[in-house]
Design a protein around this ligand. Structure first.
Ligand SMILES: Nc1ncnc2c1ncn2[C@@H]1O[C@H](COP(=O)(O)OP(=O)(O)OP(=O)(O)O)[C@@H](O)[C@H]1O
Length: 333
């Protein structure tokens, strides 16, 4: 559905050249749900704008829905849906009319446009709002209308630039429910950008991490977390039990990851720190929640009194930290 080769975009700002996107190679198959994740200024929106033909690449190429974006931008736009960061709907129109006009804009007949608007208003819970003026909708309702506008011509590929930014958690959950329903009903391929780590983690099947205009990781959230960051298991024991506990824990360690730069990777040896209860020993393991009972059993068999124990799953932020040495929460790229 999407194929890019060394896709690059530079901007000239006065004397300075900004290398917003520096050679992105990407393949997205039909039906995939892919999230672009990265800090502010990483190049996510610029990539999306090139893929949607809104911005010509400086170099490299992109084929989207079977069409070369630089050669046939208008054809790309006919085949895709794009919902940008800022809404495009006119505030004085009614929801229903806005949808019809959008359909006509894409060259659909009045009947086709009406039928598609009806279907989408049903799927996106917009029917009760059909006669309301766009300017009177809440943020969440407005975002649902934006999505309906992007889908009116039934594209097989939908691009969403930060669909849920600024929404409260309930509206975000609601929006995702709608996006998932559209996907289930129409098999739409979806590419979106997000700042929300938990959202990318929970919703996208595939997470493409972008930093400084490059793809630095591309996999399922699960695999990224287990391969790049790994689970942590921590037990707290008395000072006198530390050597024996270390020996038990050393057996549980997963082999150190190689090749990935930057701290902190899976804990390749037993880490020790003093805590009020005694000494906390931490190791990187393959599946902490599953291994914790067995490790506790072995510690008990060795006569060790465990005072506290916890397992921790890594987050996508741990993955980003591991790959770049920075936290995604630190802000700018
Ligand atoms: N029209 C432009 N002119 C000059 N520089 C630009 C332009 N558009 C983007 N940039 C720069 O390109 C870089 C990438 O911006 P982009 O908007 O793609 O990042 P992003 O990852 O989408 O960030 P955010 O999460 O904040 O939306 C930034 O340094 C930005 O300032």
């Amino acid at each position: 559905m999407i194929h890019t080769e060394s896709l690059t975009r530079h901007f000239r700002v006065g004397q300075v050249q900004v290398e917003a996107v520096r050679g992105i190679d990407l393949d997205v198959g039909a039906g995939e749900l892919v999230a672009f994740l990265g800090p502010n200024g990483a190049g996510k929106s610029t990539t999306l704008r090139m893929l949607t033909s809104l911005l010509p690449p400086t170099s490299g190429r992109a084929e989207v829905a079977g069409v070369d974006v630089a050669a046939h931008p208008a054809e790309v736009r006919r085949r895709i849906g794009y919902i940008g960061q800022k809404d495009g709907a006119g505030h004085n129109y009614r929801v229903h009319d806005e949808l019809l006009m959008q359909g006509r804009f894409y060259g659909m007949s009045r009947a086709e446009s009406t039928a598609s608007a009806e279907r989408l208003m049903h799927t996106l819970d917009l029917r009760p709002l059909a006669m309301r003026k766009v300017g009177s909708l809440s943020g969440g309702q407005k975002r649902r209308l934006d999505i309906a506008l992007g889908l009116i011509h039934a594209p097989r590929l939908l691009f969403l630039d930060e669909p849920s930014t600024g929404m409260d958690p309930q509206n975000r959950a609601n929006l995702w429910e709608h996006i998932m329903r559209i996907r289930a009903d129409h098999g739409t391929t979806i590419v979106l950008t997000t700042h929300y780590l938990d959202e990318a983690d929970a919703m996208a099947e595939r997470v493409v991490i972008i930093d400084h205009g490059r793809v630095i990781a591309d996999d399922t959230a699960e695999r990224l977390k287990s391969e790049q960051a790994g689970d942590r298991l921590t037990v707290t024991v008395a000072a006198g039990d530390v050597p024996a506990a270390r020996a038990v824990l050393a057996d549980a360690i997963v082999p150190a990851l190689t090749g990935a730069p930057g701290p902190p990777g899976p804990v390749a040896e037993v880490e020790e720190r003093s805590v009020p209860d005694g000494h906390a020993l931490t190791v990187g393991v393959a599946a902490a929640a599953r291994e914790l009972p067995a490790v506790l059993g072995r510690l008990r068999d060795a006569g060790i009194d465990v005072r506290a124990a916890e397992s921790r799953r890594p987050t996508l932020d741990d993955v980003f930290l591991r790959l770049t040495g920075r936290s995604l929460r630190d802000g700018e790229a």
